[in-house]
Write a protein that binds this ligand. Structure first.
Ligand code: SAH
Ligand code: SF4
Ligand code: F3S
Length: 446
Protein backbone atom coordinates (compact mmCIF):
# COMPACT_ATOMS: atom_id res chain seq x y z
CA UNK A 1 0.00 0.00 0.00
CA UNK A 2 1.17 3.52 -0.63
CA UNK A 3 0.71 5.83 2.27
CA UNK A 4 -0.68 9.24 1.64
CA UNK A 5 -0.78 11.74 4.43
CA UNK A 6 -3.22 14.49 3.76
CA UNK A 7 -1.35 17.76 4.22
CA UNK A 8 -2.31 21.36 4.37
CA UNK A 9 -0.74 23.22 1.51
CA UNK A 10 -1.78 26.18 -0.55
CA UNK A 11 -0.07 24.83 -3.64
CA UNK A 12 -1.75 24.17 -6.93
CA UNK A 13 -1.06 22.01 -9.99
CA UNK A 14 -1.84 21.91 -13.68
CA UNK A 15 -1.98 18.50 -15.35
CA UNK A 16 -1.77 18.04 -19.11
CA UNK A 17 -2.46 14.55 -20.42
CA UNK A 18 -1.65 13.33 -23.93
CA UNK A 19 -1.88 10.01 -25.76
CA UNK A 20 -4.16 7.08 -25.18
CA UNK A 21 -6.71 6.11 -22.53
CA UNK A 22 -3.95 4.45 -20.48
CA UNK A 23 -2.58 7.90 -19.84
CA UNK A 24 -6.07 9.20 -19.05
CA UNK A 25 -6.44 6.42 -16.49
CA UNK A 26 -3.02 7.23 -15.03
CA UNK A 27 -4.14 10.87 -14.81
CA UNK A 28 -7.05 9.76 -12.56
CA UNK A 29 -4.44 8.40 -10.14
CA UNK A 30 -2.00 11.30 -10.41
CA UNK A 31 -4.85 13.72 -9.74
CA UNK A 32 -5.92 11.57 -6.77
CA UNK A 33 -2.43 11.67 -5.24
CA UNK A 34 -1.96 15.42 -5.74
CA UNK A 35 -5.37 16.37 -4.36
CA UNK A 36 -4.71 14.09 -1.42
CA UNK A 37 -1.42 15.86 -0.78
CA UNK A 38 -3.43 19.06 -0.49
CA UNK A 39 -2.74 20.50 -3.92
CA UNK A 40 -5.55 22.28 -5.73
CA UNK A 41 -6.07 21.83 -9.48
CA UNK A 42 -5.94 24.85 -11.76
CA UNK A 43 -5.89 25.33 -15.51
CA UNK A 44 -4.01 28.59 -15.14
CA UNK A 45 -0.31 27.78 -15.53
CA UNK A 46 0.71 31.18 -14.25
CA UNK A 47 -0.70 30.57 -10.80
CA UNK A 48 0.47 26.95 -10.72
CA UNK A 49 3.25 25.58 -8.49
CA UNK A 50 3.51 22.31 -10.39
CA UNK A 51 2.98 21.87 -14.12
CA UNK A 52 2.94 18.20 -15.05
CA UNK A 53 2.94 16.77 -18.57
CA UNK A 54 1.66 13.20 -18.76
CA UNK A 55 3.11 12.32 -22.14
CA UNK A 56 2.87 9.97 -25.12
CA UNK A 57 5.71 8.53 -27.20
CA UNK A 58 3.77 6.70 -29.87
CA UNK A 59 4.66 9.07 -32.72
CA UNK A 60 7.58 11.43 -33.24
CA UNK A 61 5.33 14.39 -33.89
CA UNK A 62 3.78 14.10 -30.42
CA UNK A 63 7.23 14.08 -28.86
CA UNK A 64 8.44 17.10 -30.80
CA UNK A 65 5.37 19.10 -29.91
CA UNK A 66 5.93 18.38 -26.25
CA UNK A 67 9.53 19.55 -26.36
CA UNK A 68 8.29 22.83 -27.83
CA UNK A 69 5.56 23.12 -25.24
CA UNK A 70 8.01 22.70 -22.33
CA UNK A 71 10.52 25.13 -23.84
CA UNK A 72 7.77 27.72 -24.02
CA UNK A 73 7.56 27.64 -20.21
CA UNK A 74 11.08 29.04 -19.89
CA UNK A 75 10.02 32.64 -19.20
CA UNK A 76 7.55 31.50 -16.54
CA UNK A 77 10.19 29.35 -14.85
CA UNK A 78 12.67 32.27 -14.84
CA UNK A 79 10.07 34.52 -13.29
CA UNK A 80 9.13 31.93 -10.67
CA UNK A 81 12.07 29.60 -9.88
CA UNK A 82 10.03 27.62 -7.33
CA UNK A 83 7.78 26.37 -10.14
CA UNK A 84 8.14 22.60 -10.59
CA UNK A 85 7.93 21.33 -14.15
CA UNK A 86 7.40 17.59 -14.37
CA UNK A 87 7.17 15.00 -17.14
CA UNK A 88 5.46 11.66 -16.61
CA UNK A 89 4.04 9.01 -18.92
CA UNK A 90 5.61 7.26 -21.87
CA UNK A 91 8.05 9.96 -23.02
CA UNK A 92 9.45 10.08 -19.51
CA UNK A 93 9.97 6.33 -19.59
CA UNK A 94 11.39 6.48 -23.11
CA UNK A 95 13.90 9.26 -22.50
CA UNK A 96 14.39 9.30 -18.71
CA UNK A 97 17.39 11.40 -17.55
CA UNK A 98 17.96 12.62 -21.14
CA UNK A 99 14.94 14.85 -20.70
CA UNK A 100 16.58 16.67 -17.78
CA UNK A 101 19.70 17.24 -19.86
CA UNK A 102 17.95 18.45 -22.96
CA UNK A 103 15.39 20.58 -21.15
CA UNK A 104 17.09 21.98 -18.05
CA UNK A 105 13.88 23.67 -16.87
CA UNK A 106 12.45 20.23 -15.99
CA UNK A 107 12.62 19.27 -12.28
CA UNK A 108 10.86 15.94 -12.18
CA UNK A 109 10.68 12.88 -14.46
CA UNK A 110 8.90 9.61 -13.71
CA UNK A 111 7.48 6.74 -15.77
CA UNK A 112 3.99 5.23 -15.94
CA UNK A 113 5.00 2.51 -13.49
CA UNK A 114 6.33 5.00 -10.90
CA UNK A 115 3.15 6.91 -10.10
CA UNK A 116 3.09 5.65 -6.50
CA UNK A 117 6.45 7.35 -5.92
CA UNK A 118 5.05 10.78 -6.72
CA UNK A 119 4.76 12.04 -3.08
CA UNK A 120 8.42 11.22 -2.32
CA UNK A 121 9.61 12.56 -5.67
CA UNK A 122 7.86 15.86 -5.03
CA UNK A 123 9.62 16.14 -1.70
CA UNK A 124 12.98 15.52 -3.38
CA UNK A 125 12.40 18.33 -5.84
CA UNK A 126 12.84 20.88 -3.04
CA UNK A 127 16.57 19.99 -3.04
CA UNK A 128 17.40 18.53 -6.43
CA UNK A 129 16.00 17.24 -9.69
CA UNK A 130 14.00 14.09 -9.03
CA UNK A 131 13.86 10.92 -11.12
CA UNK A 132 11.54 7.95 -10.77
CA UNK A 133 12.95 4.44 -10.61
CA UNK A 134 11.51 3.49 -14.03
CA UNK A 135 10.51 0.06 -12.88
CA UNK A 136 10.01 -2.19 -15.89
CA UNK A 137 6.76 -3.69 -14.68
CA UNK A 138 3.47 -2.05 -13.99
CA UNK A 139 1.48 -2.77 -10.85
CA UNK A 140 -2.07 -2.04 -9.88
CA UNK A 141 -1.05 -0.72 -6.49
CA UNK A 142 -2.80 2.53 -5.71
CA UNK A 143 -5.61 1.86 -8.20
CA UNK A 144 -8.35 1.92 -5.60
CA UNK A 145 -11.64 3.76 -5.65
CA UNK A 146 -10.23 6.04 -2.92
CA UNK A 147 -6.91 6.56 -4.69
CA UNK A 148 -8.31 8.03 -7.89
CA UNK A 149 -10.16 11.23 -8.69
CA UNK A 150 -12.55 11.13 -11.62
CA UNK A 151 -12.98 13.99 -14.06
CA UNK A 152 -16.68 13.00 -14.11
CA UNK A 153 -17.96 11.28 -10.96
CA UNK A 154 -20.23 8.89 -12.86
CA UNK A 155 -17.63 7.57 -15.30
CA UNK A 156 -14.37 5.72 -14.64
CA UNK A 157 -11.57 4.13 -16.61
CA UNK A 158 -10.41 0.79 -15.26
CA UNK A 159 -7.11 -0.82 -16.22
CA UNK A 160 -7.67 -4.55 -16.53
CA UNK A 161 -4.31 -5.29 -18.10
CA UNK A 162 -1.13 -3.25 -18.06
CA UNK A 163 1.71 -3.26 -20.56
CA UNK A 164 1.92 -5.07 -23.88
CA UNK A 165 3.93 -8.05 -25.07
CA UNK A 166 2.90 -8.01 -28.71
CA UNK A 167 5.83 -6.10 -30.17
CA UNK A 168 4.11 -5.03 -33.38
CA UNK A 169 7.14 -4.01 -35.40
CA UNK A 170 6.27 -0.27 -35.57
CA UNK A 171 5.25 0.23 -31.96
CA UNK A 172 7.08 1.71 -28.96
CA UNK A 173 4.44 0.77 -26.36
CA UNK A 174 5.91 -2.63 -25.25
CA UNK A 175 9.26 -0.90 -24.63
CA UNK A 176 7.82 1.87 -22.50
CA UNK A 177 4.96 0.11 -20.73
CA UNK A 178 6.59 -3.22 -19.94
CA UNK A 179 5.10 -6.72 -20.22
CA UNK A 180 1.43 -7.63 -20.16
CA UNK A 181 0.04 -8.20 -16.68
CA UNK A 182 -3.62 -8.72 -15.85
CA UNK A 183 -5.19 -7.49 -12.68
CA UNK A 184 -6.62 -10.47 -10.75
CA UNK A 185 -10.37 -10.79 -11.32
CA UNK A 186 -11.41 -10.70 -7.65
CA UNK A 187 -9.48 -7.45 -7.16
CA UNK A 188 -11.06 -5.96 -10.25
CA UNK A 189 -14.58 -6.92 -9.25
CA UNK A 190 -14.08 -5.48 -5.76
CA UNK A 191 -12.69 -2.27 -7.26
CA UNK A 192 -15.56 -1.89 -9.72
CA UNK A 193 -18.14 -2.61 -6.98
CA UNK A 194 -16.47 0.10 -4.91
CA UNK A 195 -16.67 2.53 -7.82
CA UNK A 196 -20.36 1.65 -8.28
CA UNK A 197 -21.06 2.33 -4.60
CA UNK A 198 -19.50 5.78 -5.10
CA UNK A 199 -21.92 6.54 -7.94
CA UNK A 200 -20.01 5.39 -11.01
CA UNK A 201 -22.41 4.23 -13.73
CA UNK A 202 -20.17 3.84 -16.73
CA UNK A 203 -16.83 2.08 -16.89
CA UNK A 204 -14.29 1.83 -19.65
CA UNK A 205 -12.12 -1.27 -19.34
CA UNK A 206 -8.62 -0.63 -20.62
CA UNK A 207 -5.72 -2.59 -21.99
CA UNK A 208 -3.53 -2.57 -25.11
CA UNK A 209 -5.14 -5.92 -25.89
CA UNK A 210 -8.14 -6.55 -23.64
CA UNK A 211 -8.89 -9.85 -25.38
CA UNK A 212 -5.99 -11.61 -23.69
CA UNK A 213 -7.16 -10.55 -20.23
CA UNK A 214 -6.32 -13.29 -17.73
CA UNK A 215 -4.04 -15.30 -20.03
CA UNK A 216 -1.02 -14.56 -17.83
CA UNK A 217 -3.11 -15.68 -14.83
CA UNK A 218 -3.87 -19.02 -16.49
CA UNK A 219 -7.45 -18.15 -17.53
CA UNK A 220 -9.05 -19.11 -20.84
CA UNK A 221 -11.42 -16.56 -22.41
CA UNK A 222 -10.92 -14.54 -19.24
CA UNK A 223 -12.17 -11.36 -20.89
CA UNK A 224 -15.66 -12.73 -21.58
CA UNK A 225 -15.76 -14.19 -18.06
CA UNK A 226 -14.78 -10.83 -16.59
CA UNK A 227 -17.54 -9.05 -18.52
CA UNK A 228 -20.07 -11.65 -17.34
CA UNK A 229 -19.06 -10.98 -13.74
CA UNK A 230 -19.20 -7.19 -14.18
CA UNK A 231 -22.72 -7.57 -15.62
CA UNK A 232 -23.80 -8.67 -12.11
CA UNK A 233 -22.54 -5.53 -10.33
CA UNK A 234 -25.46 -3.30 -9.31
CA UNK A 235 -25.12 0.35 -10.19
CA UNK A 236 -22.88 -0.15 -13.22
CA UNK A 237 -25.06 0.51 -16.26
CA UNK A 238 -22.71 0.76 -19.21
CA UNK A 239 -19.47 -1.10 -19.88
CA UNK A 240 -17.08 -0.25 -22.70
CA UNK A 241 -13.68 -1.67 -23.54
CA UNK A 242 -10.57 -0.60 -25.43
CA UNK A 243 -8.51 -1.85 -27.29
CA UNK A 244 -9.46 -5.12 -28.92
CA UNK A 245 -6.82 -7.02 -30.87
CA UNK A 246 -8.27 -8.69 -33.99
CA UNK A 247 -5.93 -11.66 -33.55
CA UNK A 248 -7.29 -12.50 -30.12
CA UNK A 249 -11.02 -11.77 -30.38
CA UNK A 250 -12.83 -15.11 -30.81
CA UNK A 251 -16.38 -15.72 -32.01
CA UNK A 252 -17.04 -17.56 -28.77
CA UNK A 253 -16.18 -14.40 -26.81
CA UNK A 254 -18.30 -12.23 -29.12
CA UNK A 255 -21.28 -14.55 -28.63
CA UNK A 256 -20.92 -14.53 -24.86
CA UNK A 257 -20.59 -10.75 -24.81
CA UNK A 258 -23.65 -10.36 -27.05
CA UNK A 259 -25.78 -11.82 -24.23
CA UNK A 260 -24.75 -9.07 -21.80
CA UNK A 261 -27.04 -6.06 -21.55
CA UNK A 262 -24.50 -3.65 -20.03
CA UNK A 263 -21.78 -4.00 -22.65
CA UNK A 264 -22.18 -1.17 -25.15
CA UNK A 265 -22.42 -1.75 -28.90
CA UNK A 266 -19.13 -0.04 -29.62
CA UNK A 267 -16.28 -2.09 -31.06
CA UNK A 268 -12.90 -0.58 -31.78
CA UNK A 269 -11.03 -3.05 -33.98
CA UNK A 270 -7.74 -1.61 -35.29
CA UNK A 271 -6.69 -3.25 -38.55
CA UNK A 272 -3.62 -1.03 -39.25
CA UNK A 273 -3.20 -2.14 -42.88
CA UNK A 274 -5.33 -3.85 -45.52
CA UNK A 275 -2.58 -5.79 -47.23
CA UNK A 276 -1.30 -9.18 -46.07
CA UNK A 277 2.37 -8.59 -46.82
CA UNK A 278 2.31 -5.37 -44.77
CA UNK A 279 0.31 -7.00 -41.97
CA UNK A 280 2.96 -9.69 -41.76
CA UNK A 281 5.78 -7.13 -41.66
CA UNK A 282 3.85 -5.33 -38.93
CA UNK A 283 3.69 -8.65 -36.99
CA UNK A 284 -0.02 -8.22 -36.37
CA UNK A 285 -0.80 -11.94 -36.40
CA UNK A 286 -3.90 -11.85 -38.65
CA UNK A 287 -4.66 -11.61 -42.35
CA UNK A 288 -7.04 -9.32 -44.18
CA UNK A 289 -9.37 -12.31 -44.71
CA UNK A 290 -9.41 -13.25 -41.03
CA UNK A 291 -10.08 -9.61 -40.12
CA UNK A 292 -13.05 -9.37 -42.51
CA UNK A 293 -14.42 -12.61 -41.05
CA UNK A 294 -14.13 -11.13 -37.55
CA UNK A 295 -16.09 -8.05 -38.60
CA UNK A 296 -18.79 -10.33 -40.01
CA UNK A 297 -18.94 -12.24 -36.72
CA UNK A 298 -19.29 -8.99 -34.78
CA UNK A 299 -22.02 -7.67 -37.07
CA UNK A 300 -23.86 -11.00 -36.98
CA UNK A 301 -23.92 -11.13 -33.18
CA UNK A 302 -24.20 -7.46 -32.19
CA UNK A 303 -27.01 -5.69 -34.05
CA UNK A 304 -26.52 -1.92 -34.47
CA UNK A 305 -22.86 -2.17 -33.57
CA UNK A 306 -20.73 0.90 -34.16
CA UNK A 307 -17.31 0.06 -35.59
CA UNK A 308 -14.14 2.10 -35.45
CA UNK A 309 -10.51 1.37 -36.23
CA UNK A 310 -6.88 2.53 -36.29
CA UNK A 311 -4.91 2.66 -39.53
CA UNK A 312 -1.28 3.35 -40.35
CA UNK A 313 -0.31 4.30 -43.88
CA UNK A 314 3.14 4.49 -45.40
CA UNK A 315 4.68 1.61 -43.45
CA UNK A 316 8.22 0.92 -44.77
CA UNK A 317 8.14 -0.63 -48.28
CA UNK A 318 4.34 -0.21 -48.69
CA UNK A 319 3.60 0.08 -52.44
CA UNK A 320 0.84 2.14 -54.02
CA UNK A 321 -1.18 -1.05 -54.71
CA UNK A 322 -0.72 -2.24 -51.14
CA UNK A 323 -1.94 1.10 -49.84
CA UNK A 324 -5.00 0.78 -52.07
CA UNK A 325 -5.79 -2.46 -50.22
CA UNK A 326 -6.17 -0.28 -47.12
CA UNK A 327 -8.46 2.15 -48.96
CA UNK A 328 -10.67 -0.61 -50.30
CA UNK A 329 -10.93 -2.29 -46.89
CA UNK A 330 -12.14 1.00 -45.42
CA UNK A 331 -14.73 1.22 -48.19
CA UNK A 332 -15.79 -2.38 -47.67
CA UNK A 333 -16.24 -2.20 -43.89
CA UNK A 334 -17.58 1.38 -43.64
CA UNK A 335 -16.43 2.36 -40.16
CA UNK A 336 -18.31 5.07 -38.30
CA UNK A 337 -14.94 6.57 -37.39
CA UNK A 338 -11.23 5.89 -37.73
CA UNK A 339 -7.97 7.10 -36.21
CA UNK A 340 -5.58 7.45 -39.12
CA UNK A 341 -1.84 8.09 -38.98
CA UNK A 342 1.14 8.08 -41.24
CA UNK A 343 3.93 5.79 -40.15
CA UNK A 344 6.40 7.35 -37.72
CA UNK A 345 9.69 5.50 -37.17
CA UNK A 346 10.27 4.92 -33.43
CA UNK A 347 13.95 4.39 -32.61
CA UNK A 348 14.56 0.93 -31.18
CA UNK A 349 11.65 -0.76 -32.94
CA UNK A 350 12.08 -3.31 -35.71
CA UNK A 351 10.36 -1.30 -38.42
CA UNK A 352 12.48 1.79 -37.75
CA UNK A 353 15.58 -0.09 -38.92
CA UNK A 354 14.00 -1.31 -42.16
CA UNK A 355 15.76 0.10 -45.18
CA UNK A 356 12.77 0.92 -47.35
CA UNK A 357 11.44 3.94 -45.43
CA UNK A 358 9.05 6.05 -47.49
CA UNK A 359 9.39 9.79 -47.89
CA UNK A 360 7.26 12.12 -45.78
CA UNK A 361 5.68 13.33 -48.97
CA UNK A 362 4.44 9.87 -49.95
CA UNK A 363 3.30 9.05 -46.40
CA UNK A 364 1.44 12.32 -45.94
CA UNK A 365 -0.08 12.09 -49.41
CA UNK A 366 -1.49 8.64 -48.66
CA UNK A 367 -2.83 9.76 -45.30
CA UNK A 368 -4.63 12.71 -46.89
CA UNK A 369 -6.28 10.40 -49.45
CA UNK A 370 -7.31 7.94 -46.76
CA UNK A 371 -8.78 10.68 -44.57
CA UNK A 372 -10.81 11.98 -47.48
CA UNK A 373 -12.34 8.56 -48.18
CA UNK A 374 -13.07 7.89 -44.49
CA UNK A 375 -14.52 11.37 -43.88
CA UNK A 376 -17.07 10.85 -46.59
CA UNK A 377 -18.05 7.47 -45.13
CA UNK A 378 -18.20 8.94 -41.60
CA UNK A 379 -20.53 11.70 -42.79
CA UNK A 380 -22.80 9.26 -44.61
CA UNK A 381 -22.92 7.00 -41.54
CA UNK A 382 -23.71 10.02 -39.34
CA UNK A 383 -26.64 11.01 -41.54
CA UNK A 384 -28.02 7.48 -41.11
CA UNK A 385 -28.44 8.21 -37.37
CA UNK A 386 -31.02 10.94 -38.05
CA UNK A 387 -34.50 9.82 -36.96
CA UNK A 388 -33.16 7.17 -34.56
CA UNK A 389 -33.71 7.33 -30.79
CA UNK A 390 -30.78 6.71 -28.46
CA UNK A 391 -30.31 6.23 -24.76
CA UNK A 392 -27.86 8.97 -23.77
CA UNK A 393 -25.70 9.43 -20.67
CA UNK A 394 -25.69 13.18 -19.96
CA UNK A 395 -22.10 14.33 -19.40
CA UNK A 396 -21.83 18.12 -19.31
CA UNK A 397 -23.20 21.43 -20.48
CA UNK A 398 -22.47 22.11 -24.14
CA UNK A 399 -19.88 24.87 -24.28
CA UNK A 400 -21.69 26.90 -26.91
CA UNK A 401 -25.02 27.35 -25.26
CA UNK A 402 -26.26 27.52 -21.67
CA UNK A 403 -29.39 25.42 -21.95
CA UNK A 404 -27.79 22.82 -24.17
CA UNK A 405 -26.40 19.63 -22.73
CA UNK A 406 -23.90 17.16 -24.11
CA UNK A 407 -24.07 13.41 -23.68
CA UNK A 408 -23.00 10.17 -25.27
CA UNK A 409 -24.84 7.22 -26.84
CA UNK A 410 -24.03 3.60 -26.08
CA UNK A 411 -22.21 3.59 -29.40
CA UNK A 412 -19.95 6.37 -28.10
CA UNK A 413 -21.31 9.24 -30.18
CA UNK A 414 -21.63 12.72 -28.70
CA UNK A 415 -25.18 14.10 -28.76
CA UNK A 416 -26.38 17.60 -27.89
CA UNK A 417 -29.94 18.50 -26.89
CA UNK A 418 -31.88 21.04 -24.85
CA UNK A 419 -31.82 20.44 -21.12
CA UNK A 420 -30.34 21.70 -17.87
CA UNK A 421 -27.42 20.81 -15.65
CA UNK A 422 -29.57 18.79 -13.25
CA UNK A 423 -29.55 16.04 -15.89
CA UNK A 424 -25.78 15.51 -15.67
CA UNK A 425 -25.00 11.91 -14.74
CA UNK A 426 -28.47 10.61 -15.68
CA UNK A 427 -29.72 8.67 -18.69
CA UNK A 428 -32.25 10.24 -21.08
CA UNK A 429 -33.79 9.20 -24.41
CA UNK A 430 -32.94 11.49 -27.29
CA UNK A 431 -34.43 11.46 -30.78
CA UNK A 432 -31.89 12.62 -33.35
CA UNK A 433 -32.96 15.35 -35.76
CA UNK A 434 -29.65 16.32 -37.33
CA UNK A 435 -26.03 15.24 -37.62
CA UNK A 436 -22.88 17.19 -38.33
CA UNK A 437 -19.73 15.15 -38.72
CA UNK A 438 -19.41 12.95 -35.68
CA UNK A 439 -21.78 14.84 -33.37
CA UNK A 440 -25.55 14.34 -33.34
CA UNK A 441 -28.29 16.77 -32.25
CA UNK A 442 -31.72 15.89 -31.00
CA UNK A 443 -34.54 16.34 -28.51
CA UNK A 444 -35.32 14.53 -25.29
CA UNK A 445 -38.42 12.39 -25.61
CA UNK A 446 -40.80 11.28 -22.85
N1 SAH B 1 -2.84 -1.56 -28.62
C1 SAH B 1 -3.51 -0.90 -29.65
C2 SAH B 1 -2.84 0.36 -30.15
C3 SAH B 1 -2.16 1.30 -29.25
S1 SAH B 1 -1.24 2.58 -30.03
C4 SAH B 1 -3.64 -1.85 -30.84
O1 SAH B 1 -2.87 -2.77 -30.99
O2 SAH B 1 -4.51 -1.63 -31.65
C5 SAH B 1 -2.55 3.46 -30.87
C6 SAH B 1 -2.39 3.52 -32.36
O3 SAH B 1 -1.28 4.31 -32.71
C7 SAH B 1 -2.14 2.20 -33.05
O4 SAH B 1 -3.31 1.46 -33.25
C8 SAH B 1 -1.51 2.63 -34.36
O5 SAH B 1 -2.49 2.84 -35.35
C9 SAH B 1 -0.84 3.95 -34.00
N2 SAH B 1 0.61 3.81 -33.99
C10 SAH B 1 1.37 3.07 -33.15
N3 SAH B 1 2.67 3.17 -33.47
C11 SAH B 1 2.74 3.98 -34.55
C12 SAH B 1 3.81 4.47 -35.36
N4 SAH B 1 5.08 4.13 -35.12
N5 SAH B 1 3.50 5.31 -36.37
C13 SAH B 1 2.23 5.66 -36.62
N6 SAH B 1 1.19 5.23 -35.91
C14 SAH B 1 1.43 4.40 -34.88
FE1 SF4 C 1 1.54 -1.52 -29.90
FE2 SF4 C 1 0.83 -3.79 -31.06
FE3 SF4 C 1 0.90 -3.61 -28.38
FE4 SF4 C 1 -0.97 -2.33 -29.77
S1 SF4 C 1 -0.72 -4.54 -29.64
S2 SF4 C 1 0.26 -1.49 -28.09
S3 SF4 C 1 0.10 -1.72 -31.61
S4 SF4 C 1 2.65 -3.50 -29.78
FE1 F3S D 1 1.13 6.91 -26.11
FE2 F3S D 1 1.97 5.53 -24.09
FE3 F3S D 1 -0.52 5.33 -24.84
S1 F3S D 1 3.07 5.84 -25.96
S2 F3S D 1 -0.43 5.71 -27.02
S3 F3S D 1 0.44 7.14 -24.04
S4 F3S D 1 0.73 3.72 -23.98
Amino acid sequence: MIELHSMETNKSFTLHTFGCQMNQADAQRIRGILLHLGYRETENEEESDLILFNTCSVRQHAEERLFGRIRSLNPLKKQKPSLIIGVSGCMAQNHKAELLKELPMIDLVFGPNDINQLPQLLQETSEKKALGSFAGKGTFEGETADGIVLARPFSAMVNIIRGCTNFCSYCIVPYVRGPEISRPMNELLAYISDLASKGVKEIMLLGQNVNVYGKDLGMKEGFATLLEEIEKIDGIKWVRFLTSHPRDFTEDAIKRISNLTKVCEQYHLPFQAGNNRILELMRRGYTRERYIELIKQVRRNIPNVSLSTDIICGFPSETEEEFEDTINLVKEIRYESAYMYYYSPRPGTKAASMKEQLSDEVKKGRLARLIEVQNQISNEESQKQVGKTFEVLVESSASRSENKMLGKTRTGRPVDFEGDASLIGTFVKVKIDSARNWTLSGKIID
